[in-house]
Design a protein around this ligand. Structure first.
Ligand code: ZN
Length: 113
């Protein structure tokens, strides 16, 4: 399952970069792009399951969904709701994705006691 492997990665990254004591973590804020292929609810569940396995209760996972924004060759930026959508101005398929593919650890709140 994709989300569970990803959840594992995220917890390991937090463990390495933020705190080696996972019990201090109270909140994890993530951003997940609409086109990242990840189901935010499954990812949150995966992370919560990992913390529960480690006997760390009460960690809250908040996931903000990031819309997919494309930039057309004509300069128009628009939200892409599905992959076959074209530019609303010139109907072109030529575009660059500005956001929507990312899976980011936005912030981690750690309680100091
Ligand atoms: Zn265009």
């Amino acid at each position: 399952m994709h989300e569970l492997a990803l959840a594992q990665d995220i917890v390991e990254t937090i463990n390495e970069k933020v705190t080696d004591d996972l019990r201090k973590i109270s909140n994890i804020n993530l951003e997940v792009g609409a086109f990242s292929g990840v189901v935010p609810e499954s990812l949150a569940f995966g992370i919560e399951t990992i913390f529960a396995d480690k006997k760390v209760p009460g960690v809250k996972v908040t996931i903000v969904k990031v819309p997919t924004i494309a930039c057309c060759t004509c300069g128009k930026e628009y939200e892409l709701k599905e992959i076959f959508e074209t530019c609303p101005v010139c109907r072109s398929f030529e575009r660059k994705l500005i956001s929507g593919m990312e899976i980011l650890i936005k912030s981690v709140e750690v309680s100091e006691e």
